[in-house]
Write a protein that binds this ligand. Structure first.
Ligand code: HEC
Length: 472
């Protein structure tokens, strides 16, 4: 016997390679998964898995240089990114990889939903998939904080402030997120442990179950209108279909997956090389101006939702919406486990999918350019703009800019639109009320108690009074 054959026989007898190969690679798949046209719809889950493995590699590389302590985290990323191309490349790949993973996970979910593949007997595939969706989004959220820059920090501060307003369990939720009363070193340690150890292990375990189930039930066949899923007959029909028309997974279906994952990894590398990672921005300074957080794009819709929701709907958006969405997703395959899979027979499913896609898209656009986004580029008022005002009002105008009020508030038509225009505020509200609102904060107006002295407050009020004069 040839050496190669003998080696193979030795390994096969000890490791069971032949059997594993037959099960994993040679099982039958429905013919359309191998078709040059429809086959691409069936590579999405595999691509998501491939990107996840890439995230583990680039993440492991980042961990070797990252210092998860509040004094050094930002600096360690800055150094890592600035130190030649490899650090920049790896961080860039981790950033774009995260985006790609979420994107492909969403495509995969959409495909499974639209082909009705969550129905009998694949309900558990879907449920493990929903858990993975939650974990992957949580990875995106925790990853933002690890950058430990202004954006990441305030993203978490804002999230925790909203969480704090939830009835009954608000304080608990807030402390759960922050690991304390304020965002700080303990928050960073908690997010680091979650992002680097706890959640990746959970994802790995769930991916294992998810894949075992995919293997066990087989890939769902193409939906045919008028052929609903029935618990009693589905299995037999499916087995007969594979018997009749099934193709071996390797190489018939696998080649498209290989092509797809190669293209996606290449795309991630090109983006990382040419655009680099997301700019790091400013180091965090919990005591300074609350710059408005710019979350990563995949969470933008949610922040936009929090910003545009009518006042008084905090609980609805923070608690009930996530819980209801989660329950609907988990229960979907249980209450709709049989019946038609073809889109032409599922008008409600089509409408629901379109509505969700439209809302997410709209909210994302609002998030990026809605008027609530603070105007960080607005320059301070010039002497010419102010005209003839008392000295303390001129000082107030500068403070109004340097303390970030102007990012959120317009005065005399200039400034951000997140908060109300303040030109005539001194005519609408008594000075005591204005002072109280600034000092204590309310709604989405942050508290400035620790940041403004009495003189500074007085100067800002003088400026607002002068603006009211000017404006009228
Ligand atoms: C992060 C954005 C943001 C920043 C920064 C900010 N504000 Fe506000 N402010 C708001 C929002 C939003 C409201 C409205 C809150 C509500 O009604 O729930 C508000 C309300 C107010 C009000 C009450 C206005 C009214 O008509 O009731 C005053 C006065 C005010 N801010 C002054 C200031 C001053 C002075 C500063 C700087 C020291 C400042 N704000 C910084 C967002 C901001």
């Amino acid at each position: 016997m040839k050496l190669r054959a003998r080696l193979w026989r030795w390994a096969d007898h000890r490791l069971g390679l032949g059997k594993i190969w037959r099960v994993v690679a040679k099982h039958g798949v429905p013919p359309e998964t191998t078709s040059a046209r429809y086959g691409w719809l069936y590579v999405l889950g595999f691509v998501t898995l491939g990107i996840f493995l890439l995230q583990i590699l680039t993440g492991a590389a980042l961990v070797t240089r990252y210092i998860p302590a509040s004094e050094s985290a930002f600096e360690s990323i800055r150094i890592l990114t600035g130190e030649g191309w490899s650090g920049r490349m790896i961080r860039g790949m981790h950033y774009w990889g995260a985006s790609a993973m979420i994107l492909f996970m969403a495509f995969h979910l959409a495909r499974v939903f639209l082909t009705g593949s969550y129905k009998y007997p694949r309900e558990a595939n879907w449920i493990t998939g929903v858990l993975l969706l939650v974990l992957v989004l949580a990875m995106g959220f925790t990853g933002q904080l690890l950058r430990w820059n202004q954006d990441g920090l305030w993203g978490v501060v804002v999230a925790s402030q909203y969480a704090g307003r939830v009835p009954f369990i608000g304080d608990f939720l807030k402390r759960l997120i922050l690991a304390g009363d304020v965002v700080g070193g303990a928050t960073l340690s908690r997010f680091f442990a979650l992002h680097v150890v706890i959640m990746p292990l959970m994802i790995l375990a769930l991916v294992g179950i998810h894949l075992a189930l995919v293997q066990y039930h087989g890939i769902s066949e193409r939906p045919v209108p008028g052929e609903p899923v029935e618990t009693a007959t589905y299995r037999q029909k499916y087995d007969e279909l594979l018997e009749r028309e099934g193709k071996p997974y390797w190489p018939d279906a696998a080649w498209q997956e290989m092509v797809a994952i190669s293209a996606v990894v290449l795309g991630i590398m090109v983006l990382a090389a040419f655009l680099g990672p997301r700019p790091l921005g400013q180091p965090p300074d919990p005591a300074s101006v609350p710059s408005h957080p710019r979350p990563d794009w995949f969470l933008m819709w949610y922040y936009a939702l929090l910003a545009v929701k009518p006042r008084g709907f905090e609980h609805a958006t923070m608690v009930y919406l996530p819980i209801v969405t989660f329950l609907v997703l988990i229960l979907l395959p249980l209450v709709r486990s049989t019946g038609e899979r073809a889109l032409s027979k599922r008008p409600i499913a089509v409408a629901a999918a379109a509505a969700v896609a439209l809302s997410l898209g709209t909210l994302t656009v609002i998030g990026y350019r809605g008027p609530w986004v603070p105007d960080l580029d607005t320059p301070p008022f010039t002497a010419a703009e102010l005209g003839d005002v008392p000295a303390d009002a001129a000082t107030g105008a500068l403070l109004f800019h340097s303390h970030g009020c102007q990012y959120c508030h317009a005065v005399m038509g200039r400034g951000g639109q997140w908060g109300p225009e303040l030109t005539d505020v001194t005519q609408r509200l008594a000075p005591g009320v204005i002072t109280e609102r600034i000092v204590k904060g309310f709604g989405e107006m942050p508290s400035f108690r620790s940041q403004l002295t009495a003189e500074e407050l007085a100067a800002i009020l003088a400026f607002l009074a002068a603006a009211a004069e000017n404006g009228s």
